[in-house]
Design a protein around this ligand. Structure first.
Ligand code: PLP
Length: 402
């Protein structure tokens, strides 16, 4: 595309979240008219209960519990595993600050494991750390990049260590044809606005384990006999009644009304997201200044953003100059390690202690990895605008640096 044509076109708006289908309106009106917003008021078929049923069916899980956020789902997962206070939980060092926070909230200790230049868990470091008194593993599939789940499951199964999947950003991602979030003992999802399904806020916990489901349901705030509104093994609920604290992390009916009409759209959004991603990824990867790590062979991705590495950018100031040059064309790139107080840079998690752990692989990746939102709704011309602008920005900076 000629440069004047590219500049004549407006930079696409990549910040708007997924739109809410019009079909949500009638149900929202009905809820507003009746005031029936609490999930446990209706004797049956409350919107939250219907959402749980539909989400479990979509994933092929036995149980689904709707909660206030993915962070709440992660916290309840750790509580439902009944880990002792101070238990060590292995998590990747490349994740969102809410993940180590959920571990702390559950009175556990996060142990950070290295993540490599391909945005996935470094398996040598994972294996080395697994034998240091790890009680549970929480795999955060950050930005929808799946770590080697075959190896992770094998290593954890032989040691009887439970695996929780943080699938917040991996809805519709497949691993060997199976849905991400259903591989581990528990899977957690997010409906925060910048995920594939947009409810502003919201989360889901899925499991096939009836004991974990019963414990999580009660702790999510199914007080008294409200657990009877969750299908499942009634005996476990009887057993846990009044024995577990109530953390009140329930979802309300309006959120479910916003989410339910998006469930049938997930696969289409994921397919378009992957097409857009692969198109821009191929264009950037063909340019010597960028590299885009490929998906693992077992993985079918469902991305709504693109991560790529800058190649040959030795100095931080050149990375910042690239970022500014892209910004001048209307394209916002986040370099995880270079923006102040970034919530995805582990050294900013001061709540874990003042001295960050020594994680040179993850640190090097975060200093050069670029993050670009790439929503499914973008058109081919938008994608070309973005690729042209990034390639031009990189060439401009590298020519000046040379
Ligand atoms: C968004 C996100 C979270 C947090 O989800 P909330 O619903 O906002 O609590 C956790 N982990 C990952 C990988 C995420 O992308």
């Amino acid at each position: 595309m000629a440069m004047n044509e590219a500049t004549a076109r407006q930079a696409p708006n990549v910040y708007d979240a997924e739109p809410i289908p019009d079909s949500a309106r009638a149900e929202i009106e009905r809820l507003l008219a009746s005031g029936d917003l609490f999930r446990y008021t209706a004797p049956s078929d409350a919107p939250v209960a219907l959402l749980e049923k539909e989400f479990a069916e979509y994933l092929g899980s036995r149980y689904a519990l709707a909660v206030s956020s993915c962070s709440a789902a992660l916290f309840l997962s750790l509580k439902a595993l009944d880990l002792p206070r101070g238990a060590r939980v292995l998590i990747p060092a490349f994740t969102f600050a809410a993940v180590p926070s959920a571990v702390l909230h559950a009175d556990c200790v996060p142990v950070l494991c290295e993540v490599g230049a391909n945005f996935r868990i470094d398996m040598a470091d994972f294996e080395a750390k697994l034998d240091h008194d790890i009680a549970a593993v929480l795999i955060s599939h950050m930005r929808g990049h799946t770590s080697d789940m075959d190896a992770i499951q094998r290593l954890c199964e032989t040691r009887h260590i439970p695996v929780i999947e943080d699938a917040a950003h991996s809805l519709a991602t497949l691993w060997n044809g199976r849905k991400i979030g259903t591989l581990g003992r528990i899977g957690c999802f997010s409906f925060q606005s910048y995920k594939l399904v947009n409810a502003g806020e919201g989360g889901m916990l899925v499991t096939d384990d009836p004991e974990i489901a019963a414990r999580a349901v009660i702790m999510s705030g199914a007080y008294e006999h409200n657990w009877k509104k969750h299908p499942g093994l009634q005996n476990s609920y009887h057993h846990w009644q009044n024995r577990l604290p109530l953390y009140n992390m329930r979802m309300q009916n309006l959120s479910a009304a916003v989410i339910r009409p998006q469930i049938p759209l997930i696969d289409e959004r994921a397919g378009r997201g992957l097409e857009n991603h692969d198109y821009v990824a191929a264009r950037l990867d063909a340019c010597p200044h960028f590299s885009v790590p490929p998906a693992l062979p077992q993985e079918t991705r469902a991305p709504d953003s693109l991560q790529f590495n800058l190649e040959g950018f030795a100095r931080d100031e050149d990375v910042l100059a690239f970022q500014s040059a892209a910004q001048a064309e209307g394209i916002t790139i986040q370099v995880f390690g270079l923006s102040q107080d970034n919530a995805r840079a582990f050294w900013n998690w001061k709540f874990l202690g003042d001295t960050p752990p020594d994680l040179p692989l993850t640190r090097a990746m975060l200093m050069r990895a670029c993050d670009l939102r790439l929503p499914a709704r973008l058109e081919r011309a938008d994608l070309d605008y973005i690729a042209d602008a990034l390639i031009a920005a990189a060439e401009h900076v590298r020519q000046k640096a040379a």
